[in-house]
Design a binder for this molecule. Structure first.
Ligand code: SF4
Length: 557
């Protein structure tokens, strides 16, 4: 049984500083510590973009892990901290030997990898601590970690730090620290961007808000992070952008907020600061975010986002079927006709990326065809098409549990007992994904977006932050790789040239590279899905196991 320690048991070592609006004073540790923070490797998915890595020199992963960068920055300044993202490179034996304690964080999809890191740290006799969204939702998944940090950054973090300051011996039984009082986001430190090789990522990450006011049935965000979004100040966000530039600008920044317009007024107040920052710095970054589709109701905000150079927006469309949206409590998608919303977002230069779920209770034999028709009409190039998976701590999980429809078989693509036969759902998913990513179909949608979305972005003057020797060399290298790997040796090279040749003639290298790289990943990944190599659900255990064993084999230094 866990020994549970809560904030009422242990006095916080972080006292409120006088005259500082309750801002916490930095904790002064009594001992020097070396902390190894490890973020586990992801399973391959649409979102990892791993097929693009060979098309860009030095590219190793999609995005740096935001949460563990914040924790690394929050640790006492007097302590030495190493941060390893195993998506870039595995932690070495020397790293483990160096450390006094090993901190790990991750999502459910990284569960096996997290437990393996724990085992490895224990084999070096090191105390381990685990935080992040997965343990916060399901502490029972991690019985072998020494210390658990449940919940967000807050009093549990302070207690964990105090504990590690006092001792680094492994406890006899697991201790759980649970956040009761969250640290206000306005007191969050600037994430430790400098501890990671930012230029090895496709884009950097930043967080403005946490939480979402909606209650979609399958989503664990409202329960984990609340329905009333908490916010950073615009000044904080700009300071973080400065830190990203200083650490090695990868050219793009993804707002990892659960819903960028969870608090629409706050987003509207933030974006003018982003515009000002971009102008001051010569527009060195392209922004992306996640938001509900009803952002289309705020044209003033969209105009500002265009000026700030937001280029991509991920909207959880989930399904084009109205009855299904109502059944999963996602009626907010229906407040404006969906196709009109997408067209409007495109007119502000925003390429829409969408999530689609198959296997909903309302699905029929025709649903996959409805999805494909929706893709054709919306011209959305990239959609993550997944099979429904019930996450713990969601209304969906509780309903299915009551109905006896949770299937904990790790060899299945999903833990849901669908209303349609399982094989049929998987077959429809395979049909849908392979049809959606036929090269001709993907390229048709991207070409549509070149003309109807990218063309609406603000023209950028060539500033030295964007057009410099390093970036020109990087661009030429990417161009060469795309032309050789896709344009010469790619199996769909004829289709590629239908887009690439006009783009080259117009000198639109940016579109050529974007489409060439992203489409390449989508096409190859979908082919693997069709061949049964990749998994149908982002959360499926099948690929996690495969990836974790790969990781083990490269783990030694
Ligand atoms: S809108 Fe998005 S973040 Fe909010 S509850 Fe729904 S799926 Fe979750």
């Amino acid at each position: 049984m866990n020994g549970i320690v809560t904030s009422s048991d242990v006095a916080s070592p972080f006292q409120a500083a006088p005259n500082s609006e309750n801002k916490r004073a930095a904790y002064t540790p009594q001992n020097k510590r070396k902390i190894l923070c490890v973020f586990p490797k992801y399973s391959r998915s649409f979102g990892t973009f791993h097929h693009t890595y060979k098309l860009m020199h030095g590219l190793r992963a999609c995005m740096p892990p935001q949460g563990i960068m914040v924790i690394a920055a929050y640790l006492p300044q007097q302590w030495e901290v190493r941060l390893i993202d195993e998506n870039i490179k595995p932690a070495s034996d020397a790293d483990y030997r160096w450390a006094d304690a090993v901190l790990v964080s991750g999502m459910h999809i990284q569960r096996n990898a997290m437990n393996q890191i724990n085992e490895r740290a224990h084999s070096f006799g090191k105390i381990t601590a685990l935080g992040g969204p997965s343990v916060s939702a399901c502490a029972e998944y991690y019985p072998d970690f020494d210390l658990l940090h449940v919940g967000e950054l807050g009093d549990a973090t302070d207690q964990l730090i105090q504990y590690l300051d006092k001792q680094t011996k492994r406890p006899e039984r697991q201790i759980e620290f649970k956040t009761v009082e969250r640290l206000p986001m306005q007191q969050f430190p600037v994430p430790a961007y400098h501890l990671l090789p930012l230029q090895s990522y496709l884009m950097a990450t930043i967080q403005f808000s946490s939480g979402c006011p909606y209650t979609c049935e399958f989503c664990d965000i409202p329960e984990l992070y609340g329905r009333n979004p908490r916010l950073k100040s615009p000044q904080q966000v700009c300071a973080e952008l400065d830190a990203i530039l200083k650490a090695g600008n990868p050219g793009g920044v993804y707002f990892v907020d659960d819903n960028f317009v969870g608090n629409r007024k706050a987003a509207q107040e933030l974006v003018p600061h982003l515009v000002e920052w971009q102008k001051k710095n010569g527009y060195p970054l392209q922004f992306a975010c996640e938001a509900t589709l009803n952002i289309a109701k705020s044209e003033e905000l969209l105009a500002l986002m265009r000026e700030a150079y937001f280029a991509t927006i991920f909207c959880g469309i989930e399904t084009p079927e109205t009855a299904a949206l109502k059944a999963i409590s996602k009626s907010q998608n229906l407040s404006v006709p969906m196709l009109d919303s997408i067209k409007l977002l495109n007119s502000y230069g925003l390429e829409v990326v969408s999530g689609i779920i198959l296997g909903l209770d309302t699905d029929t034999e025709e649903t996959a065809d409805h999805v494909l028709e929706f893709i054709r009409l919306s011209q959305i190039p990239m959609l993550t098409i997944n099979i429904l998976y019930a996450l713990p701590k969601t209304p969906l999980w509780r309903r299915l549990e009551k109905e006896g429809r949770l299937v904990p078989d790790e060899n299945r693509e999903s833990n849901v007992k669908f209303l349609l036969p399982y094989d049929q759902v998987v077959e429809k998913w395979r049909y849908c994904i392979t049809a959606a990513y036929q090269p001709e179909f993907v390229y048709e949608r991207f070409i549509h977006n070149i003309h109807n979305t990218f063309s609406h972005r603000i023209p950028l003057a060539p500033s030295k932050e964007r057009v410099n020797f390093t970036n020109i060399c990087k661009g030429l290298d990417m161009l060469l790789r795309v032309i050789v790997r896709v344009g010469i040796f790619g199996f769909y090279r004829k289709t590629f040239w239908k887009m690439a040749w006009p783009a080259l003639k117009k000198g639109d290298i940016e579109s050529l590279l974007h489409v060439g790289m992203v489409a390449h990943h989508l096409i190859l990944f979908a082919r693997e899905c069709g061949a049964g190599v990749e998994s149908a659900s982002f959360y499926s255990q099948r690929m996690q196991e495969q990836d974790s064993s790969e990781l083990q084999s490269v783990g030694a230094d």
